[in-house]
Design a protein around this ligand. Structure first.
Ligand code: UD1
Length: 343
């Protein structure tokens, strides 16, 4: 089967390509490179031994997208492409709504015109908002995210639910990712954020490699065991496997649209993550305690039982695996991918 992966050159997309290829699918990547690097494709070809076509395209380019589908070579879509920086989305809401929503409209239109109706969508734990009880469960309502980025995920979930309701040909998986971290164990691909990392793991990795002076822990006075925030970190390779499991499941299930949490069900604190990363690196890392970051929740994690029961999927890689693999990637690629290359 041929699977189009939007955002396939990005952090999560690139890792997702690997199990898809290993399962025998032909993968085509569509990516605009706004937050990714074409060098990733050579790395993926080294890892998989497969040739992976790469199409440079913004999903909002409707004619370009039509040409991709007109080849007749797309059987299913994994839609990961999106702008995803929470803070930036607050200062540039229109850009986020425009890019994430219009990109999805354009994609759905092209899929409908070409009779492709199997879709796996990249959603986020952020859809649960601030009031959902932990562990988060898929049936919780109302979904109200607290940032424009999160709202785009809520809105797209609603749109896809309505699309599947109206037309029984559609088979759609909504995957609510918790906190993806780690890297492929080859050390060839990993997370390579532009500028100062917003997220904990890439920041820690850049401290360890000497690109940042120290980690600032955003608050140690939360109502948690050690006072620092707790999250459900999952290895990006487990997350990648989750996409394959979801694709198989939607094709085996009745038509419709269904959400699955992808997480471990375990909470790890910022301090525990720092200590685990120090174990991976082999020495202590500099840090300071800073003020809380506005908008951070004290602790959340998922109930993963639906994904385990219905997708036959389980996030089994440990926090130590996540740190060891991140460190392998970062130490072998201290500056991330080489400068942007055109493919
Ligand atoms: C963030 C996004 C979320 C997205 C996820 C991807 C926000 C509010 N949410 O989640 O929508 O899906 O990334 O993984 O940005 N921390 C520090 N120091 C740092 C960086 C982070 O102490 O330099 C702490 C944070 O306070 C938080 C934890 O580490 O408690 C995890 O932060 P982060 O990696 O940014 O993820 P989330 O905020 O959970």
């Amino acid at each position: 089967m041929s699977v189009l992966v939007t955002g396939g050159a990005g952090y999560i997309g690139s890792h997702t390509v690997i199990p898809l290829v290993a399962a025998g699918h032909e993968v085509v990547i569509v990516d605009s490179f706004v937050n990714s690097n074409a060098a990733v494709v050579d790395r993926l070809e080294q890892i998989t031994g497969a040739t992976i076509p790469l199409i440079e395209l913004d999903l909002r380019d409707r004619e370009g997208l039509d040409r991709v589908f007109a080849t007749g070579d797309v059987d299913a879509v994994v839609h990961i492409a999106a702008l995803k920086a929470v803070g930036e989305s607050t200062s540039k809401p229109l850009e986020y709504y425009e890019n994430n929503l219009d990109g999805t409209f354009s994609l759905l239109g092209a899929m409908a015109r070409h009779g492709v109706t199997d879709l796996v969508f990249s959603s986020s734990a952020t859809v649960y908002g601030e009031d959902a009880p932990v562990p988060y469960q898929e049936d919780y309502e109302p979904l109200v995210a607290s940032s424009p980025y999160g709202q785009t995920k809520v809105m797209i979930e609603r749109i896809l639910t309505d699309v599947a309701h109206a037309d029984p040909r559609w088979r759609i998986a909504l995957l609510r990712y918790f906190n993806p971290v780690g890297a492929h164990p080859s050390g060839l691909i990993g997370e390579d954020p532009q500028g100062v990392p917003n997220n904990l793991m890439p920041f820690l990795a850049q401290v360890a490699v000497g690109r940042r002076e120290k980690l600032t822990i955003f608050g140690d006075d939360y109502p948690t065991a050690d006072g620092t925030c707790e999250r459900d970190y999952l290895h990006v390779d487990d997350l990648a496997d989750g996409h394959l499991a979801a694709l198989d499941a939607v094709r085996a299930r009745d038509p419709g649209c269904r959400a699955w949490n992808l997480g471990t069900g375990q909470a790890t604190s910022v301090m525990q993550m720092l200590r685990a990363f120090e174990r991976a690196v082999g020495h202590e890392l500099p840090y300071e305690i800073g003020p809380r970051r506005p908008g951070d929740l004290p602790a959340f994690w998922c109930d993963p039982t639906r994904a385990e029961a219905e997708l036959g999927w389980h996030a089994g890689r440990t926090v130590d695996d996540m740190c060891a693999d991140t460190w392998r990637w970062q130490s072998r690629n201290p500056e991330g991918y080489p400068e942007q290359v055109t493919h």
